[in-house]
Design a protein around this ligand. Structure first.
Ligand code: SF4
Length: 359
């Protein structure tokens, strides 16, 4: 007998009821001011909720209002973001806050149309802020929601492609109820995070909208949505230099990355592709007294993977070229260094105070 599936137009009520009963109490939900909802949505774009929580608390303690964010130094903002990656998101948060101070009297606009004009706020985030913080009827569709929709409607297209994405987003827009848009959107997201799981068998028997789902309880659910084959990541082999002066107070050399491209404008440990001569001039300028291996490290970005070899280079103090700076252990704490270098940055405080050299 053919399975009977209820029309999808009916999902709003059971979904909102389920969300309201199961809502997890996160700080941006218990106090959903527009500013807090906005910051949380940007933080959660590439980060799991549990991992983002301490960052959110730290951010709100340091920058409790939109004005505080607009007026903070860029270094403070980047330092608070350190470890979350994708630093352009932090920079855009600040740019948008400054724009809101200038053009909207310090209050985030409430409509999707105005929100989406701000730096770093795309379709999804504008819909999330408008619906959650302002109760406006707008959809918030991310990869999570697209997965749930592809399964509900048994759509086997690659939902990251423009056409299916647009059509499924349009369907969500039609389904958002005027009475509870924020709860509906959060319900769909929560469903995707806790029940209709990615790359796993979804927990259909616990799903509040299973009666509306075309693939409920079927093995096929796990295979949706389909994905066009992703391009393999490029692998780069890099040498990372932890260059330390041999006189007290010991200092470590940092380099500021170019204003454009990967990790733009951030401070880093000097590094270069192992098959280039890029850092040779720097090493030639220094009187190297000792070198020692710091072992291997690895970091995966979205399109490139760094396979690193760390080298401790002990040098006589010298005036570094433009774009480089020597800092003490104390000064280092105020520099935002990308997580990519964590294997080596974690060693620096000890190296700057150690009496014994690394073997
Ligand atoms: Fe996902 Fe299963 Fe719910 Fe369908 S019934 S939406 S596949 S969890």
């Amino acid at each position: 007998m053919a399975k009977s599936v209820k029309p999808i137009e009916g999902i709003a009520e059971p979904l909102v009821q389920w969300y309201t009963a199961h809502e997890r109490a996160f700080p941006w939900r218990t106090e959903p001011t527009p500013y807090r909802v906005w910051v949380s949505e940007i933080m959660l774009q590439q980060t799991r909720i549990e991992a983002a929580l301490p960052y959110f608390d730290r951010w709100m303690a340091a920058l409790p209002t939109l004005r505080d964010l607009a007026e903070a130094s860029e270094d403070t903002v980047l330092k608070l973001w350190e470890g979350l990656g994708y630093y352009s998101r932090a920079r855009n948060l600040q740019k948008a806050a400054q724009q809101v101070m200038r053009d909207h009297g310090g209050e985030l606009p409430s409509s999707y149309e105005e929100l989406v004009k701000l730096p770093g706020i795309g379709d999804y985030t504008a819909g999330a802020i408008a619906s959650i913080a302002f109760g406006k009827r707008a959809a918030a569709v991310d990869g999570n929601v697209l997965r749930v929709m592809a399964r509900l409607t048994d759509d086997d297209r690659d939902v990251m492609q423009t056409k299916p994405r647009r059509e499924l987003s349009e369907l969500v827009r039609r389904l958002v109820p005027a009475a509870a848009p924020g709860e509906f959107n959060q319900g769909l997201m929560e469903l995707g995070e806790t029940i209709c799981l990615p790359n796993a068998v979804p927990r259909c028997s616990d799903c509040p909208v299973r009666e509306y789902c075309a693939v409920a309880g079927e093995e096929r659910a796990r295979d949706l949505p389909t994905r066009a084959t992703a391009k393999p990541r490029r692998v780069e082999k890099r040498m990372v230099y932890v260059m330390i002066t041999d006189e007290e107070p010991r200092r470590v050399l940092l380099h500021r990355r170019p204003a454009k491209g990967l990790l733009s404008g951030l401070w880093e440990l000097p590094n270069a592709l192992t098959d280039t001569e890029e850092l040779q001039t720097l090493l030639d300028a220094a009187a190297v007294s000792e070198t020692a291996s710091l072992g291997e490290g690895r970091h995966v970005f979205s399109h490139v993977e760094w396979q690193m070899d760390g080298l401790l280079v002990t040098v006589k103090p010298f005036t570094p070229p433009d774009g480089y700076v020597f800092v003490t252990a104390e000064e280092l704490a105020s520099f935002a260094l990308p997580t990519a270098f964590r294997t080596y940055t974690a060693m620096i405080p000890k190296l700057l105070t150690a009496e014994e050299e690394v073997q």
